[in-house]
Design a binder for this molecule. Structure first.
Ligand SMILES: Cc1cc2nc3c(=O)[nH]c(=O)nc-3n(C[C@H](O)[C@H](O)[C@H](O)COP(=O)(O)O)c2cc1C
Length: 315
């Protein structure tokens, strides 16, 4: 059996983590990934507090394995979410989009394992100082919200692995076992995959969005809205409007108005492929099929193991 600091920290079989994702990772996906030996994570960022509680309970009923909750620290109902995570005794929390100092001790005092998502070595060190158990280092290729520095995974992982002593989980542009081996040779001890798990049977995202993801080609995503919160978007009418506004130097206020409310829900959950916000990573260009979560975990792990035996693909 494979073991390293990440499998031991989470109590899982394979160091494969399914990213917590708004409008995509509810209890069904998280439970399926955990049952397959990876770590499933519920994405709390698109859930009202009571919805989150419901997902945690359903996840616990569907798996006896460990699972986590991802919580972006900018959420308006943050206090309520945190109380629910504690009340429901969620064992593992992934925090993102905020200062790790604010909440880490609070979680740790309750015996919860805390992982913070970073996009630079500097923030990885801050997460370590705040007492986090591990960091997710997320590169420029990643779907969803992204670092301003635009550091790619290939550069970020060795830099973060050198900067901190706590284990590093690589994210951004990883969807295959061979990519997993690449980042593990650079110092990561696990991978977090988002886009690959959007193209998944159990993901709660809209079927049309899933289809758009597997049809995406190289160059179809772009880091947008850098003046607000940088986010990687799939090309569509909304993304084109954002690009046009940014090119003529639109103000923050104008961009905020263009974004409006519920754009992400409209795109990823309701399937409005033109006017909705469609968050996905560059690696969507490699995805060809919508597959069950267990199949994804098994395939990535098999590919990783095979690649270990023949890393240079000598034919
Ligand atoms: C649809 C979508 C929604 C996401 N939502 C969140 C989120 O709510 N919180 C978060 O920390 N990261 C979020 N992310 C980023 C992922 O957690 C993950 O780090 C990223 O997808 C990894 O890159 P990849 O897409 O290349 O696998 C999201 C990503 C996607 C594609």
């Amino acid at each position: 059996m494979f073991q390293n600091r990440i499998t031991q920290l989470f109590g899982i079989d394979y160091p494969i983590i399914q990213a917590g994702m708004i409008w995509a990772s509810g209890w069904k996906l998280a439970a399926a990934v955990s049952n397959a030996g990876g770590l499933g994570v519920i994405g709390a960022g698109s859930m009202y507090p009571e919805v989150l509680r419901d997902h945690i309970r359903k996840c616990r009923a569907a798996t006896s394995k460990p699972f986590g909750v991802n919580i972006p620290l900018l959420y308006p109902d943050l206090d309520l979410h945190i109380q629910i995570i504690i009340d429901e005794q969620v064992p593992i929390v992934f925090t993102s989009a905020g200062n790790p100092r604010t909440w880490t001790k609070h979680f740790k005092d309750k015996g919860i394992t805390v992982v913070h998502v970073v996009s630079s070595s500097k923030f990885a060190q801050k997460a370590q100082e705040a007492g986090c158990d591990a960091v997710v280092a997320e590169g420029f290729e990643a779907g969803g919200h992204n670092g301003r520095e635009e550091t790619t995974t290939l550069v970020l992982i060795p830099a973060v692995a050198e900067a901190v002593q706590i284990p590093v989980i690589a994210a951004g542009g990883i969807a295959t076992g061979r990519q997993m081996l690449a980042v593990m040779t650079l110092g990561a001890e696990g991978v977090q995959m988002g886009s690959r798990f959007v193209a998944c049977v159990e993901a709660s995202s809209h079927e049309s969005f899933k289809q758009a993801v597997i049809q995406a080609a190289e160059g179809d995503t772009r880091l947008s809205l850098k003046a607000l919160t940088p986010v990687r978007l799939l090309r569509n009418h909304f993304a084109a409007q954002v690009q046009e506004a940014e090119a003529r130097g639109a103000s923050k206020e104008e961009l905020t108005e263009l974004l409006g409310r519920a754009r992400a829900k409209r795109g990823m959950f309701e399937g409005d492929l033109e006017e909705g916000e469609l968050e996905i990573g560059q690696v969507s260009a490699l995805l060809r099929a919508i597959e069950p979560a267990a199949h994804i975990v098994e395939t990535v792990w098999r590919e990783f193991s095979e690649a270990l035996n023949n890393p240079l693909q000598i034919r």
